[in-house]
Design a protein around this ligand. Structure first.
Ligand SMILES: C[S@@+](CC[C@H](N)C(=O)[O-])C[C@H]1O[C@@H](n2cnc3c(N)ncnc32)[C@H](O)[C@@H]1O
Length: 232
């Protein structure tokens, strides 16, 4: 069996597990198990599971560890204490909190997402973990709205969601400190139904004014590329 086929089979498993978790979550929600002690009365409404809860179940799925290699990814980014990082399309924070550990309490991680429910999930976790160096940012589709220049814009499995990407990252250059980097991880063609072809990624960053610094080849399902701005 080829490696690609193996990954694609296990990706199918990933999707199936996601679907099972979703059905399970919906069933639990229907049973009121997410809504605390029963307070049923005539005409009561069951609490519906919200997008944040579903996303949390999906993005934090334990099987992800077997192909996402989060520790290896963080190590490859060569972050230092005190650095500032934007986690673009942070979702429920799979990488946000690992980034926050890597930059230590003197650094800062902006969890950037256009979905307020994802930000709410991260805020809740940040309080529970007492992780004060994580701040959420409610972005808009065409602009990450990062509050201050950062050393790294990091984005996992979100690149394919962004529209007009060359313009997006040309504009995002103003959120980078001098010498700042952009690291993108996104699915390869054939690994998942949403993906970005490597040549498209390379073309778009070239058009946006960036040079390729590094290609990390250790992720079985995703491209992992690091770019920096072309010197003027
Ligand atoms: C598949 S999730 C990935 C979440 C997280 N990075 C992870 O790896 O678990 C993609 C996330 O990108 C967000 N997103 C989509 N378009 C975006 C945009 N233009 N700017 C910021 N976030 C965006 C979505 O709301 C979603 O939370």
């Amino acid at each position: 069996m080829t490696t690609l086929r193996k990954h694609s089979l296990s990706m199918n498993r990933f999707c199936r597990v996601g679907a099972v978790l979703l059905l399970w979550a919906l069933a639990l929600a229907g049973c009121g198990m997410f809504s605390g002690p029963p307070t049923h009365s005539v005409g009561h409404k069951h609490k519906h599971i919200n997008a944040e809860e579903v996303a949390h179940l999906r993005y934090q799925e334990p099987d992800r560890y077997t192909w996402q290699y989060p520790e290896r990814v963080i190590k490859a980014l060569k972050l230092e204490a005190g650095m500032k990082v934007a986690d673009l399309g942070a979702g429920t924070g799979y990488f946000t909190f690992r980034l926050a550990e890597a930059v230590d309490t003197s650094g800062k991680v902006y969890a950037v997402d256009i979905d307020a429910e994802m930000n709410a999930s991260i805020n809740k976790q940040a309080v529970a973990k007492q992780q004060e160096n994580v701040k959420t940012v409610l972005a808009v589709g065409h602009d990450p709205l990062i509050p201050e220049p950062v050393d790294l814009i990091f984005s996992v499995n979100a690149y394919h969601h962004i529209k007009d990407r060359a313009n997006y990252f040309r504009n995002a250059a103003r959120y980078l400190k001098p010498g700042g980097r952009v690291a993108i991880i996104d699915f390869r063609k054939g690994a998942f139904r949403h993906y970005t072809e490597l040549k498209v990624l390379l073309e778009e960053f070239k058009a946006a004014g960036y040079a390729l610094d590094k290609t990390h080849g250790f992720l079985p399902r995703q491209n992992f590329l690091v770019f920096s701005l072309n010197k003027q």
